[in-house]
Design a protein around this ligand. Structure first.
Ligand SMILES: [Zn+2]
Length: 254
């Protein structure tokens, strides 16, 4: 008999497979990234119906075998479909952008348990009504991913002199995957996004805040940050993971 895994999971991606089945990518609380097959998911009386859509949080029971690339889903029940995210185009693009990042960067990564907890908290907050500025939540997510993957340090200390920046503006350098302080930037040049002291402080405040407390700092500090920050943070992750991160979901929202 095969080991049975019962776990909460986030549905990242689902595609039809053959006549009536689905192949689904899950980010699970217990085992990280799993690719599963849901046999008969398209049959009218399938117990999986409605549960296996991207962005849903489900409770899944999975029959697992390490030597197999696709694990077998035996049961799935819907815990949350995040209706407020789905009803808001901006939030939808952010939610799906997060799923894209998970799909691109975590498929070969070991499970990180507190990270699953962060994801569910992040989605719950994004799903709440009247967020001051949803964009800040994507920055928080990208900074968190950078931390989980171990690249966050590169955003706090200058790539060249190694010090926390004292001279401004600093540069988030796309090509070198990190930060250049005002002094080193003047001497060596670089290409990326410049941040003045207030913007630098706002970025630090976002990266240190709990996701539940982001609403308080979302205004006014975050408003000083340029929209190009999204691209700079994606560039930072792409550089360190050597994975292109052009997110389709962000093109829905202009
Ligand atoms: Zn420096």
């Amino acid at each position: 008999m095969e080991p049975i895994l019962k776990t909460e999971a986030l549905v990242l991606y689902a595609m039809r497979w053959q006549e009536s089945s689905k192949i689904v990518h899950l980010y699970t609380a217990e085992a990280g990234y799993l690719k599963i097959i849901a046999k008969g998911a398209f049959r009218p009386k399938s117990p999986f119906r409605g549960a296996l859509e991207a962005l849903n949080r489900i409770e899944a029971i999975i029959s697992t075998r390490q030597t197999r690339g696709l694990q077998i889903l035996t049961s799935a029940s819907l815990l949350d479909s995040y209706l407020n995210i789905r009803e808001d185009l901006h939030k939808t693009s952010l939610g799906f952008a997060a799923l894209e990042v998970l799909k691109k960067l975590f498929s070969a990564h070991e499970p990180v348990q507190p990270f699953f907890h962060y994801l569910t908290e992040w989605l719950a907050v994004l799903n709440s009504e009247n967020l001051p500025d949803p964009g800040v939540y994507l920055w928080h997510f990208l900074l968190k991913v950078s931390q989980v993957l171990g690249f966050e340090g590169a955003l706090h200390h200058c790539l060249h002199c190694g010090k926390a920046p004292e001279a401004f503006p600093v540069l988030l350098d796309y090509r070198q995957g990190g930060l250049l302080c005002g002094e080193c930037r003047g001497r060596r040049g670089g290409m990326g996004l410049t941040l003045d002291p207030a913007q630098w402080k706002a970025l630090a405040a976002i990266s240190q805040a709990e996701v539940s407390a982001l609403a308080q700092i979302a205004k006014p500090e975050a408003q000083t940050l340029p929209p190009g920050l999204t691209e700079a943070l994606l560039g930072h992750l792409a550089h360190h993971t050597e994975t292109p991160l052009e997110l389709k979901s962000l093109k829905w929202y202009v």
